[in-house]
Ligand binder design. Structure first.
Ligand SMILES: C[S@@+](CC[C@H](N)C(=O)[O-])C[C@H]1O[C@@H](n2cnc3c(N)ncnc32)[C@H](O)[C@@H]1O
Length: 189
């Protein structure tokens, strides 16, 4: 898809490039996040684990359009990276949390959409992340394409996470072999 990038997303990618941050989500993943954010129910909640410098967040906001009824919580472990993300103004319904996603995910309540984009909450304590989904809530993970990763430990952890998502009794999952490799899973109950 070659539609123009939204302004706030362009700004986020510029921030990513300027800071040398190499882990921002790809545009295909971003567009998926935006489409899913647009479907979040009224007064809904969105969680992102791993804020990075705010590219995924910009896509989520793009999807929300002019809605202000949704709370977006985003968690980042690294102070310096969070500082880059928060160096730009964000709407008040975005809440920045500093800490380990694996620990915080069980304390932040339940969500209609979760983008688990940090090792904590994706490769460790994935079950806590699944439990943080509301019924009919949607979980997105990317960077699942093993062909992109050489580190045997990371590859093994990705295999385990994939297996957990596609076989979990509470989830219905779809693998999307695009961009960095995506698994999208909806909580049935
Ligand atoms: C793939 S990047 C996130 C990119 C961002 N979600 C986006 O779409 O642009 C992963 C981020 O997670 C952070 N991180 C690493 N371990 C974490 C943890 N246990 N809890 C929360 N954040 C963590 C890293 O510092 C990094 O900024």
């Amino acid at each position: 898809m070659d539609a123009e990038l939204p302004e706030l997303v362009v700004e986020a990618y510029v921030r990513s490039e300027a800071s040398g941050f190499r882990y921002s989500c790809e545009t295909e993943v971003g567009r998926l996040l935006a489409a899913l954010a647009a479907a979040v129910p009224p007064e809904g909640r969105i969680l992102e684990l791993g804020t990075g410098v705010g590219v995924g967040l910009a896509w989520l906001l793009h999807g929300l359009g002019n809605r202000t009824d949704v709370e977006v919580v985003t968690v980042e472990l690294d102070d310096d990276i969070q500082e880059i993300a928060t160096s730009t103004p964000w709407p008040p319904f975005i809440r920045f949390e500093r800490g380990d996603g694996a620990e915080l995910v069980g304390e932040l309540g339940q969500f209609d959409l979760i983008f688990a984009d940090a090792p904590g909450g994706k490769l460790s304590r994935l079950q806590s992340t699944i439990e943080a989904l509301r019924p009919r809530g949607v979980l997105v993970v990317d960077d699942m394409d093993l062909g992109r990763h050489d580190d045997p430990e990371l590859r093994a952890a990705l295999v385990v996470a994939r297996e957990q998502l596609v076989t979990h009794p509470d989830l219905i999952a779809a693998e999307i072999h695009a961009a960095s490799g995506i698994v999208l899973a909806t909580r049935r109950r």
